[in-house]
Design a protein around this ligand. Structure first.
Ligand SMILES: [Zn+2]
Length: 213
């Protein structure tokens, strides 16, 4: 994009902090300073865990929640790029053969225009120079997790919601980094990991921007 065009874009659509709305950047210094970064992998309590580990950059605090909300529901795609950088520069991303992401159902994808997890994963793939491969499809347009009440309801509602969308030989014996925006119970990551492992993946590591309930 030429300098003039980017200047016009900056004037008409200035960058705003995804949390407080202040003009200047997608994450202002004040909100950045409020983030609670995680130094250890996230502990996930699941009956049958298909994930080698789950790493997250920060806790799902009020600021983080509003940044992710702006990314998803106000469709500010560039915030996904900023969050991928945050993840890359604040955590030790394990080296894997491939990077993939939790898919959106096609209806949800059409509504939103993009999959926020794919935006983060693709930028992470660019930064780490690991190949991004879209491996999964979501076959059931599930109810939003937060509206599902109890933890056990959230843990059990995802059975058979995901399917492999490529040939299994493309993931066979490969280590995979599975990216999503938020991890709560870990059930979404785990269901995706189950499909990948069942189809021959060697290992799956969950990787999200935030962790929280
Ligand atoms: Zn801010």
């Amino acid at each position: 994009m030429s300098f003039l065009l980017s200047l016009i874009k900056e004037i008409l659509f200035p960058k705003r902090c995804g949390s407080c709305g202040k003009i200047g950047s997608f994450l202002c210094a004040e909100c950045y300073n409020q983030l609670v970064f995680l130094s250890e992998p996230v502990y996930i309590s699941l009956k049958k865990n298909h994930l080698s580990q789950v790493i997250a950059a920060a806790e799902l605090t009020t600021e983080m929640r509003s940044i992710i909300h702006t990314l998803k529901y106000q469709s500010v795609k560039e915030i996904g790029i900023t969050l991928a950088h945050l993840l890359y520069f604040t955590t030790n991303i394990p080296k894997t053969d491939l990077i993939t992401c939790v898919p959106l159902h096609p209806i949800r994808l059409q509504e939103r225009g993009f999959n926020q997890a794919a935006v983060i994963a693709q930028e992470l793939a660019r930064l780490t120079q690991v190949r991004f491969v879209d491996t999964l499809q979501r076959v059931v347009n599930s109810t939003h997790q937060a509206s599902l009440g109890s933890k056990s309801a959230r843990l059990h509602h995802l059975d058979n919601h995901f399917r492999l969308s490529i040939e299994p030989n493309q993931i066979a014996n490969r280590s995979i980094l599975l990216v999503d925006d938020v991890c709560t119970t870990g059930s979404t990551l785990n269901e995706c990991a189950k499909v990948l492992k069942t189809n021959g993946a060697a290992s799956v590591i969950g990787c999200t921007i935030a962790h929280g309930v």
